[in-house]
Design a protein. Sequence first.
Length: 296
Amino acid sequence: MTIMRHDPQHQHCNHSDPGRELIHVDCASHVYPDGSIGIHEMCFHVLKDEIVALCGQNGSGKSTLIEHLNGLLVPSDGDIVINGMSVARGERADLWKEVGVVFQRSEDQLFAPTVLDDVMFGPLNLGMSKEDAHDAAIKALEAVGAVDLAKKLPNYLSGGQKRLVSIAGILAMKPRIMALDEPTSDLDPVHSAMVERLILEFRERFGISVVIATHDLDLAARIADRVCLVKNGAVYAEGSPREIFYDTDLIRDAGLKQPDTVMTYLDYCHQRGVAPEDRPITRAELVTLLERLTTQ
Ligand SMILES: Nc1ncnc2c1ncn2[C@@H]1O[C@H](COP(=O)(O)OP(=O)(O)O)[C@@H](O)[C@H]1O
Ligand SMILES: [Mg+2]
């Protein structure tokens, strides 16, 4: 685990693994027109094939960071480098082709008369012919299990269906990286599980790296390779879910609550008067461990 300390003498963030780095957020700050600080000297990176979770309280800067990744927002200071393209050097125009952003509110994303038109919009913008865009849209709708919605009006879909269609709209553009802002918030458990499965599948099938902002630390524990704790507009600690989520003080500092699995295990150890020697982070790991402990 790394606790990030900003060195005022050094205005750049370290490259972690330059050969695999797809996103390098280099000491980026963003001040909104009304003076609010969205992010402040933020260092963040994403490697090829990685799933990274941004976890932090409301207002910590997760959405502001995500909106920088496809060029929607531009840093007031510092740089955003996506696959070698630097916003500070003015190479912002094509970022949206590299990073597909799925917004928290699907309503912000869906606007075309039908679901199919909506999912075709991105591919058409990429310059695909109508036929190719149609093909890409159908494939993307199939991949998210929503092809039967193609002719529907986006307005009349349920929240879960809207989320799947927004994801298809981004997938149809075949981005290298997908950033999803609270992708399971407001979803029923079935749609939540579908979105979770899709994120893992996108990496397996299409080699897409994923950034998710989430309050659901159990979800982050199940799918993320790396967790970044965001506070006051900066990543202040990062590491594997196992390292981060077992650091009780750190999680409290971030204004968050440990994942249910972790709390259940710690409560169990406390009640039995034993030291928590293992670090289960998924329910399956916890069950296996409890089985072992209770038969000992
Ligand atoms: N459009 C905006 N105008 C002014 N301030 C904003 C705007 N969007 C976000 N902020 C502020 O930026 C900070 C970070 O917000 P945000 O990135 O939305 O956090 P999170 O996604 O972690 O909840 C907050 O203080 C928030 O009030
Ligand atoms: Mg947000």
